[in-house]
Design a protein around this ligand. Structure first.
Ligand SMILES: Cc1ncc(COP(=O)(O)O)c(C=O)c1O
Length: 397
């Protein structure tokens, strides 16, 4: 049965539901933290952390985000092509040969090299200036400049009339990895020093920004004029440490309910699949490649049409579980490229085409990206960002 808010998924083997209301809850929460005057930029790189670029871009604007951050030029062009006219910051390197496209499409471009500055100045005009956001190295030792190198770029920009220094930003190295934020504070101090250097060179960038999700949640002093909100707009804490630090800052009075323990965030994504075969197999039967699982009883086995090529991590082989009829069903044997086997012996009446939840909630049970990440030894970011783009993303409720 379908209605306006429940799309028909009967023709799909595997799909991802994106909850409009969960997204709205998360964005409202962060808007409340930063206030109305700070630019809330939704980081939608890598297919919106696996949630679907266009779907999330649309929700972000409808629910009050002001602008976007992406990694690559192509992502920005896809947004422009889809009709998004908001500001878009390209945070990754724009190949010098493609700089003209960034200027033509009025994109904000990260700047941390003299080569890029020169190329931008060449292709931009007084009427169509290049809009740059200087990226400051404050201790991540990834992308960025500081000290003399920053000085050289600033010196060049003084005479580059077609380049507008609209923003300046930095990125934290370990703000989400620890509850000890001394290193993050050192980075803030270095950022302030660089801001002073930029001001002394005669520039007054409108947008100073540093805050990723963890900083937005934990450090109001990093909100400045703009924040770059990534993982937590999708209802996922950057880490357990960030969740704990947040709860320490905002203690819950009285006994904690499960919902309060989750905090204000609501996961946006539910990854579903439909069972493609159900059968009895005997005791002592091997399941899957490598014969890594042998049954110890007569087993009701269900086959799912999802595998590691879809982004379902192969390390969940023999260790993961999925939700069927609101109950947990363990993964049996190795996850294949396109198939996964599960044990439904203890779950009555499981049939072909029943809905299974790989990630998300079904009834009272939930599999979170955080839990899955701890099973496979990674971070929640990787769990969601690696879900293959070919799986349909469907906005619900
Ligand atoms: C430069 C930059 N800013 C902001 C973000 C968003 O971070 P988060 O997803 O932790 O909010 C990222 C994510 O990797 C990033 O690389």
């Amino acid at each position: 049965m379908t209605d306006a808010t429940t799309p028909d998924t009967s023709g799909l083997n595997s799909w991802i539901e994106i909850s409009d209301s969960a997204y709205a809850t998360n964005l409202d929460f962060f808007r409340g933290l930063v206030g109305d005057t700070v630019e809330l930029s939704a980081v939608v790189k890598s297919n919106a952390y696996g949630h679907g670029l266009r779907e999330i871009a649309d929700l972000a604007i409808r629910h009050g985000a002001d602008s976007f951050c992406v990694h690559g030029l192509e992502e920005a062009l896809e947004l422009r092509e889809a009709g998004f006219e908001q500001d878009i910051l390209v945070m990754g390197h724009v190949p010098l040969a493609r700089v003209v496209a960034a200027v033509d499409h009025d994109l904000r471009v990260v700047l941390y090299s003299l080569e890029s500055a020169r190329r931008l100045a060449e292709v931009a005009t007084e009427d169509r200036p290049a809009r740059v956001h200087l990226k400051i190295e404050t201790g991540t030792h990834r992308q960025g400049v500081d000290g003399d190198e920053l000085g050289m770029i600033l010196e060049y920009l003084k005479s580059a009339s077609t380049v507008r220094v609209e923003g300046v930003y930095t990125h934290f190295a370990n703000i989400e990895d620890t509850t000890d934020h001394r290193y993050a504070r050192t980075q803030v101090a270095r950022f302030r020093k660089a801001l002073q250097q930029i001001e002394e060179a005669g520039f007054r960038p409108d947008k100073r920004h540093a805050a990723c999700s963890a900083a937005v949640a934990l450090f109001p002093e990093t909100h400045l004029e703009m924040v770059r909100l990534g993982i937590s707009q999708y209802g996922i804490w950057s880490s357990k440490e960030t969740r704990v630090s947040f709860h320490n800052l905002h203690p819950i009075a009285g006994p904690e309910t499960a919902a309060q323990a989750d905090g204000p965030l609501r996961p946006v994504m539910t990854w579903k699949a439909r069972i493609s075969q159900v059968k009895w197999i005997p005791a002592d039967a091997f399941v899957g490649y490598g014969c890594t699982h042998q049954t110890t009883r007569r087993t009701r086995l269900a086959v799912l049409p999802t595998g590691y090529a879809d982004g379902y991590d192969r390390k969940l082989s023999n260790t993961g579980h999925v939700l069927v009829h609101g109950r947990r069903a363990p993964v049996l044997g190795r996850i294949c490229m396109n198939l996964t086997m599960i044990d439904v012996t203890d779950i009555p009446d499981v049939r072909v085409e029943d809905e299974v939840v790989l990630l998300g909630r079904q009834g009272e049970k939930e599999i979170t990206a955080e839990q899955m990440a701890s099973v496979v030894g990674t971070i929640p970011y990787e769990i969601v960002a690696r879900i293959a783009p070919h799986i349909p993303r469907i906005v619900v409720d």
